[in-house]
Design a protein around this ligand. Structure first.
Ligand code: ADP
Ligand code: MG
Length: 356
């Protein structure tokens, strides 16, 4: 990476016994769309607040392009911010809301007028400039909040669950728009969410947090296909887990054994290569077929129809329950409870993780 726009080094923040941030380090590239993803309480807001300057770290350092800003107050950092809920000023019109950061910065009136118009157009809210926030829908209010955050051309935009109060369909639309806006403006986005699909669909890179610690960071596809541990494998999408013993190795192909069943798995970069291990297997990598067609005999236990996909829980005599996710358009087999089936997977479908 060339000089990162932001660098967080060994950030520690404690609240009593709680380690909200436990030695977090992360470099953020200029223009990147970085998402902080984790369950509630994992430290996402704390990390974003430390970057914004709202809280002071107990230990560690934050640099903006090589300049130490650890002790700098938020107003000097000049980052744009959009937070959960709608933090618009309720007694100001849309126009005045967007103009506010520019007035604070004492920009000339003509510039403010032009810039407000430009930013409202950017989020398709030009028509609503004279309305009050209470006269807008939730999605429209968040658009205005976005226009306000971008009005002063910040180099970094911090977003803390900005879409979480919106319904699913609107959220999906705004995800596309946010991503397009990011690609158009080239501003660095640091985006907080607990929604894994949102993170996967929007981000250049995702940092996964749990208990104030980074579990893994990488491109969406890397994290999804090569999770570093069981937490990541389960939090980012669904996984089946099978405890195995690695019995032999042929290059990157490892032979595994689990309760009398043998199957191959591919070694991962930092995963184990011998002894006890745990295999993570994505439900969509499992194939469901008629008995005898695949290598593992099983029986359907439960079926859940989800529209484009069908989720089937199958039971194997010794391995127990496995979740299979198959496209509903695939014909040939109509899964129903008690139906005998067989299941299989490609040899690169299993990711070998350390045992728990
Ligand atoms: P997230 O945004 O991922 O849900 P937070 O960063 O808000 O998580 O919180 C991380 C942890 O720090 C949680 O256990 C939370 O209860 C605790 N925490 C955050 N802010 C405070 C505070 N002001 N006082 C006490 N504990 C806090
Ligand atoms: Mg939060």
């Amino acid at each position: 990476m060339t000089t990162p726009i932001l660098s967080v080094q060994n950030a520690v923040k404690r609240y009593g016994d709680v380690h909200a941030l436990d030695h977090v380090s992360q470099d953020i590239a200029d223009g990147e769309f970085l998402t902080l993803l984790g369950p509630s309480g994992s430290g996402k807001t704390t990390l974003l607040s430390a970057i914004a300057g709202f809280i002071t770290l107990d230990e560690g350092r934050i640099a903006l392009r090589d300049r130490d800003i650890t002790r700098q107050p938020p107003e000097h950092r000049d980052f744009g911010m959009v937070f959960q809920g709608y933090a618009l000023f309720p007694t100001m019109t849309v126009r005045d809301n967007v103009a506010f950061p520019l007035k604070v910065r004492k920009r000339p009136a003509a510039e403010i007028r032009a810039r407000v118009e430009e930013c409202l157009d950017l989020v398709q809210m030009g028509k609503y400039a004279d309305r009050m926030p209470s006269q807008l829908s939730g999605g429209q209010q968040q658009r205005v909040a976005l226009a306000r955050a971008l009005s002063f051309n910040p180099q970094v935009l911090l977003l803390d669950e900005p879409l979480s109060a919106l319904d699913k369909k609107l959220r999906a639309d705004l995800q596309w728009e946010l991503k397009a806006l990011h690609d158009r403006l080239g501003v660095t986005f640091i985006y907080v969410t607990h929604d894994q699909e949102e993170a996967l669909s929007m981000s250049d890179r995702i940092v996964i947090l749990k208990d104030g610690r980074i579990q893994q960071d990488g491109k969406p596809g890397e994290l999804y296909n090569r999770p570093a541990n069981a937490f990541v494998a389960d939090f980012l999408g669904k996984s089946n887990f099978i405890d195995v013993t690695v019995t032999s190795t042929e290059g990157d192909l490892l032979h595994c054994e689990a309760k009398g069943t043998s199957f191959p798995a591919i070694a991962t970069e930092n995963g184990p290569r011998s002894g006890q291990a745990r295999v993570a297997l994505r439900p969509e990598r499992l194939r469901l077929a008629a008995p005898g067609e695949e290598f593992l005999p099983a029986r359907v236990r439960q079926v859940s129809y989800l529209g484009e996909r069908c989720q089937v829980i199958v039971t194997h005599d010794t391995l127990g329950d496995l979740l299979v996710s198959c496209p509903t358009w695939k014909s040939g087999l109509t899964p129903a409870p008690d139906l005998p089936v067989s299941i299989g997977w490609d040899r690169d479908a299993c990711v070998l993780l350390s045992p728990e």
